[in-house]
Design a protein around this ligand. Structure first.
Ligand SMILES: [Zn+2]
Length: 412
């Protein structure tokens, strides 16, 4: 269990991440002086600084820039030195740029409208090309955010991860982020994990975010919500969506819901499947009556521990890897050409083992890519576990034994 130190005390990192309100005042003091917290994941080297980022009234910890590789491999702030940088790193025209001050994101949706526009039931349109900078879709943004926060990796220690930790790690990355030229805190709301004790604060925080969305003669401002879908239900006028972290309803046109079900069929089909989770990014407007209308969305299928997955079979594999305490990574498809990435990489074997989940057997393009990936692995001497879902049950697939004991990881 990793500990962090600030304000004259040492506390479990999990506790800070899951209960940000409890530590707000102490982190606020520490942010002023000395300006950083310490991560104690490596007792022998207890000097790893952590950035303290404010997100509205709360404070979240993030790794010090370029320091990720110095943390213990199972520390939440560890960043694999070999990991791929965000696409467009070093390219100022990229849609998502990681800067020492935080992420700078340009979304391909407009966050302001000068005139009130009737709901046309279509996804929000791109905001023109005022600059030559590229822009990211809502899904690309969500995936990049997940990768930046390290949520695509699993350290093999815990047996589960709930929304509170995701929220803390996302906000640690987002604290000083810029979205479409504005502070992320003004335009982006990552749902808080619902806890009865914090209900009043959580609701007040959400209400303040909604109150900041304008809809009057001066125009419409939109907000971006990140949360987990609990339910989608038909209404007389379209559909309502509910997120797991808050009982509030968001209203979407049938056209938008149809678009989502066709664009992200694997996520859509997993609705109601208790083994899976569906993380959503919603672009919302406040109606004149005060309802929240969804004008754009993207869905990301995840395992029960919020590891992104491309199919329900990958969800089953990820759930098994977590249950068996494996250390692994889901390589995120963030750029063109990333379709050659393996489905998962086991980090606790030497060399690392690729895991491939084959589901669309027989399709020519799929078979060709499968053969190409096999050949690449053969040339590079990369071992692989292959699960053909048409032929075998997941339980019959043998995984290679781990070479690093967890104790070794903790002290390395
Ligand atoms: Zn650490």
């Amino acid at each position: 269990m990793a500990h962090v130190s600030f304000d004259g005390g040492t506390v479990p990192l999990d506790d800070v991440q899951e209960n940000p309100a409890k530590y707000a005042r102490r982190l606020e003091r520490t942010k002023v002086t000395p300006g950083f917290a310490l991560c104690l994941c490596k007792p022998a080297n207890a000097s790893l600084r952590l950035v303290i980022r404010r997100y509205r009234s709360l404070f979240h910890l993030a790794g010090w820039p370029d320091d990720g590789h110095r943390h213990a491999p199972d520390c939440a702030f560890f960043k694999d030195p070999n990991r791929r940088p965000l696409p467009g790193s070093g390219d100022p025209k990229a849609a998502i740029v990681a800067t020492p001050a935080g992420l700078n994101i340009r979304l391909d949706v407009s966050l302001t409208q000068r005139e009130v526009r009737p709901d046309r039931g279509k996804p929000a349109s791109p905001s023109g090309t005022r600059t030559s900078r590229r822009s990211a879709t809502l899904l690309a943004f969500l995936q990049a955010l997940w990768a930046a926060a390290g949520l695509h990796c699993w350290n093999g220690l815990a047996t589960t991860r709930h929304w509170g930790l995701c929220n803390a790690q996302l906000l640690g990355e987002l604290g000083d982020a810029i979205v479409n030229g504005r502070g992320a805190q003004d335009v982006l709301h990552v749902m808080r994990r619902y806890q009865e004790a914090d209900r009043a604060t959580i609701n007040a925080e959400f209400d303040a975010f909604v109150a900041g969305l304008r809809n009057d003669s001066g125009g419409v401002t939109r907000g971006v919500l990140v949360g987990e879908i609990a339910e989608v239900a038909p209404t007389p006028y379209g559909h309502s969506l509910m997120l797991r972290q808050n009982p509030r309803k968001y209203y979407a046109s049938t056209a938008l819901v149809d678009h989502a079900s066709k664009t992200w069929p694997h996520a859509w089909k997993a609705l109601g499947d208790r083994a899976a989770r569906i993380v959503a990014v919603l672009l919302v407007e406040r109606t004149v009556k005060g309802h929240l209308r969804v004008v754009g969305l993207a869905l990301m299928l995840c395992s029960s521990a919020y590891i992104p997955c491309d199919s329900i079979h990958e969800v089953a594999m990820a759930n098994r890897l977590v249950a068996e305490h494996r250390s692994f990574e889901k390589p995120m498809r963030l750029a063109e050409g990333d379709d050659m990435l393996p489905d998962f990489v086991l980090r606790d074997t030497e060399p690392r083992t690729h895991i491939e989940v084959y589901g669309m057997n027989g399709m020519d393009s799929y078979e060709a890519r499968k053969a190409e990936k096999r050949e690449l692995r053969r040339q590079r001497g990369i071992p692989a576990v292959e699960w053909d879902i048409d032929r075998t049950e997941l339980s019959t697939i043998a995984l290679p034994p781990t070479v690093h004991s967890r104790a070794a990881n903790l002290t390395s």
